[in-house]
Write a protein that binds this ligand. Structure first.
Ligand code: TZP
Ligand code: MG
Length: 223
């Protein structure tokens, strides 16, 4: 992506529509299988988020990242890395996603060039700072209670999305936290460009993943 410039907001919005976040600890089935089934179902963006108790480290973590990246490449779906800019650069990932406790967004931006940069934000102030520092999109949440993040902020409800849009924030935004097919529609109605999910896809048998992704896609308006 280095020679083609920053992603356009329109293209970014498309990528956010059905966004899978995945780590081995979240998976019921084998992680590569989970990603392959999710790609077959039509996920639009994949984030490798290998953290929490039992997460892989070192060479095993690198090997899994490379495996999942290869699957995403075959499907022509961008693959980005949570938190770890070094890993993203090492494997030539398509981007990074960072939280408020990770390195500053402007530092990440200068290190990754034109690759995708996502930033988690919880308030209008954090959103405006991330925008100034070069974020391509914002992750907003947790929208609903989540079982997948131990240190999650307070639940915001879909109203946070409406509020941010009401304040004139136009940056691409994805909702995250506790989103299921049944809730995806209201997240998008509230102003998100799409939904990011972990457990709605990863916490199920491999044979059900493709259909689960397709059902979420329908709810966010992708046919
Ligand atoms: N950030 C805010 S909530 C969350 C993250 C990484 C976890 C989302 O997982 P789930 O299973 O879709 O609630
Ligand atoms: Mg983080």
């Amino acid at each position: 992506n280095g020679s083609s410039g920053r992603i356009s907001p329109a293209r970014m919005r498309e990528l956010l529509r059905m966004y899978l976040v995945i780590g081995s600890v979240n998976c019921f089935a084998e992680p590569l299988r989970v990603v392959e089934e999710a790609l077959a179902g039509g996920v639009t963006l994949v984030q490798f988020r290998e953290k929490g108790p039992g997460a892989l480290t070192g060479d095993a973590r690198l090997a899994l990242a490379l495996q999942l990246q290869a699957a995403c490449r075959r499907a022509e779906v961008p693959f980005i890395i949570n938190d770890d800019v070094d890993l993203a650069l090492e494997i030539g990932a398509d981007g990074v996603h960072i939280g408020q406790d990770d390195e500053a967004a402007d530092t990440a931006r200068s290190r990754i060039g034109d690759r995708l940069l996502g930033v988690s934000a919880h308030t209008a102030e954090e959103v405006r700072l991330a925008d100034r520092q070069g974020a391509d999109y914002l992750g907003i949440g947790p929208i609903y209670p989540t079982v997948s993040k131990a240190d999650a902020h307070a639940v915001q409800g879909p109203g946070i999305l409406r509020e941010l849009r009401g304040q004139g924030i136009a940056l691409p935004m994805v909702g995250i936290g506790g989103i299921t097919a049944a809730l995806a529609g209201e997240v998008v109605s509230a102003g998100a460009d799409g939904v990011a999910v972990i457990s709605a896809v990863t916490a199920m048998p491999a044979g059900e993943i493709r259909t689960a992704v397709q059902r979420i896609r329908e709810q966010v308006g992708i046919r």
